[in-house]
Design a protein around this ligand. Structure first.
Ligand SMILES: Cc1cc2nc3c(=O)[nH]c(=O)nc-3n(C[C@H](O)[C@H](O)[C@H](O)COP(=O)(O)O)c2cc1C
Length: 197
């Protein structure tokens, strides 16, 4: 009773949610991903900078371009997932700040004028958004298979040639296939992870 979310939703989003390693043939529509985005766009980011960008890899041609940059162990599932998303950080996110933070439009040219500041802040905040995206995929009744096992430089060159976006995570998305889930590994206890001062 401590949690506001009902038990079924808790299980869907957390307790029974696993990283999927195989997927069924059932397609994932653009509408489903849009519904996910319409939820997860509310993730908090510093100064509302919203630096995450999502590239949907749907066509056979785009999939082939991605597969060659995936680690060997990640290739079979990436070649058979109905949809794969490349999550990246837009290093020029500050250009949109006047729209996203209308009461402080000058931040674009002050706080975020240096590329190094944008890369550090953007990478951190886009990674937060990536976590929300995984939860959003689960909220749509789909399984997510996040992977950092890929050649980042290769993916960036292949998909983001001009250097203004950097890949963070590749996520397979779909209904789970046969033996999709590996056994749950232990998690740290509350006492291990939380310190109250
Ligand atoms: C950032 C990130 C990178 C990951 N990279 C890979 C990967 O390259 N290949 C893979 O098979 N699983 C990868 N995983 C999946 C994790 O191993 C998995 O989420 C973790 O073991 C927990 O499993 P569970 O969700 O089934 O409890 C990754 C997960 C995250 C969040």
């Amino acid at each position: 009773m401590t949690l506001a979310l009902d038990r079924t939703a808790q299980d869907l989003l957390f307790r029974e949610a696993h990283t999927a390693h195989t997927f069924s043939d059932e397609p994932v529509s653009d509408e489903q991903i849009q519904a996910v985005y319409e939820l997860v766009k509310y993730a908090p980011t510093a100064f509302n900078q919203s630096p995450l960008r999502i590239t949907l890899v749907r066509s056979a041609e785009a999939r082939d371009r991605l597969l060659k940059h995936m680690a060997q162990g990640n290739r079979p599932k990436t070649s058979t997932a109905p949809l794969t998303a490349i999550l990246s950080v837009d290093l020029e996110f500050h250009e949109r700040l006047p729209e996203l933070l209308p009461h402080a439009p000058d931040l674009k040219d002050t706080f975020f004028s240096e590329a190094e500041v944008r890369e550090t802040s953007g990478t951190f905040n886009a990674s937060l958004q990536a976590g929300y995206f995984i939860v959003g995929v689960r909220a749509a009744g789909l399984a997510a298979g996040p992977m950092s096992g890929f050649d980042r430089h290769g993916v960036d060159k292949e998909f983001f040639g001009d250097g203004t976006q950097k890949s963070l995570l590749v996520i397979n998305i779909g209904k789970p296939g046969e033996e999709a889930y590996r056994p749950r590994q232990p998690r740290l206890t509350y006492e291990d992870a939380v310190t109250t001062l």
